[in-house]
Design a protein around this ligand. Sequence first.
Ligand code: ZN
Length: 123
Amino acid sequence: MDDARFLARMEQRLQEEKRAILKRLKAKQETGAQILENWNDPSDLEDVAAFTQEEEIFRLLSERELRELQEIQDALRRIREGTYGICRRCKREIERERLEILPTTELCQGCAQRDQARMDRMG
Ligand SMILES: [Zn+2]
């Protein structure tokens, strides 16, 4: 994955999604707004576990939002580390059309389909 422009665009999308989730959090409770003040920097959520108000955040965010936020953080970290867009399983590049639809995916089309097939079999 060496297309800087593509990566920059994906990073921007991920940041926007993160902001949208944090905005929902903010809307939920004023306490959330206080927490957000410390979360303006893109690298801010890096160590959520170390955050003193961790429990408050977990309480305010739904499980789905929390998972989304973690996936976004992981994807942003991969962009920084230069591993974004590389399939976690087969180490080949993930199709760009797939990343456009699922910016946080860690699997290429083929590996994701194999996973899905396996899950379907398990029912
Ligand atoms: Zn793969």
